[in-house]
Design a binder for this molecule. Structure first.
Ligand code: FES
Length: 266
């Protein structure tokens, strides 16, 4: 197969779209299906404004945490209620935008949606439909650099979710409780922290600009820990994304009476 150089881009051009014969399209297709399904679920449930809290067990869906609307159940509003209760302001007003910004600018998700939605390129060694490539050098993609700041917001949200998961061990009557919902909420915060701490920005925070590891043993240890998590960043990204839906769905189903939460242990 002969190739020529495109004078506009300086890139090699071949007549065939790709010479790959494997199912290279499967990964971008699954990414589109998964992300679109998640976004539809999140938007619908963000505006539902009900079935987000099980008062008896203090289960609050991570989608609505922190719940700061005046319409939130006071027992679910651990950080105050100060946002007007109108239909167009979702109870997930704080959590979803920050969660969205952090994930939207994440290095892994960038790769995922650049490939799957922008087809830029859809896979290695597959021609992209765009004639020009400008990378992330101009607006709006220049804003991807804000990811390092969104990381700090994600840490705050993870801490709030951790507080909720711990608080859910105290039932509304003040006694200790342990049920399936507690397990689901604890797994949710473990996955959330694993995803957040495996962030490339976090890895840089732990040991960026260090020239000599032996002089910074604590930061070296932290860097080693974060680097191990970072190697599985994509897996943490998907696991935490899916599990937040599991946690939200479970709490909704218990809240509206479809399920009974199993408190067999206590
Ligand atoms: S790189 Fe993915 S969360 Fe920071």
């Amino acid at each position: 197969m002969s190739s020529t150089l495109d004078p506009a881009t300086g890139r090699a051009q071949i007549a065939a779209k790709t010479l790959r014969t494997d199912r290279w399209w499967l990964s971008p297709l699954l990414t589109v299906v998964g992300l679109v399904a998640w976004i539809v679920y999140a938007v619908v449930h963000a505006f539902m404004q009900k079935w987000y809290f099980v008062a008896e067990y203090n289960y609050l869906t991570p989608f609505y945490s922190p719940c700061v609307s005046l319409g939130c159940d006071p027992a679910a509003a651990h950080f105050g209620r100060f946002v007007p209760d109108v239909w167009w302001l979702p109870y997930a007003l704080v959590s979803l935008p920050f969660l969205g910004l952090f994930r939207f600018t994440c290095y892994y998700y960038r790769k995922a949606y650049y490939r799957s939605f922008w087809l830029s390129p859809p896979a290695c060694a597959v021609a992209e439909p765009h004639r020009r490539y400008t990378g992330e050098t101009r607006a709006p993609l220049l804003g991807q650099n804000w990811h390092r700041y969104f990381f700090y917001l994600a840490v705050i949200l993870s801490a709030i979710n951790t507080y909720d998961a711990i608080h859910a061990f105290i039932k509304s009557d003040g006694s200790f409780g342990f049920g399936l919902g507690n397990v689901i909420l604890v797994v949710n915060v473990i996955l959330l922290w694993a995803y957040t701490l495996s962030c490339h920005s976090c890895r840089h925070i732990t040991a960026g600009r260090i020239n000599n590891f032996s002089k910074h043993p604590v930061r070296y240890k932290l860097w080693g820990f974060v680097s191990k998590l970072n190697a599985k960043h994509m897996q943490w990204a998907w696991a935490s994304l899916v599990w937040i839906v599991v946690a939200d769905g479970y709490i909704r189903l218990v809240s509206n009476g479809t399920f009974t939460d199993y408190h067999h242990i206590f």
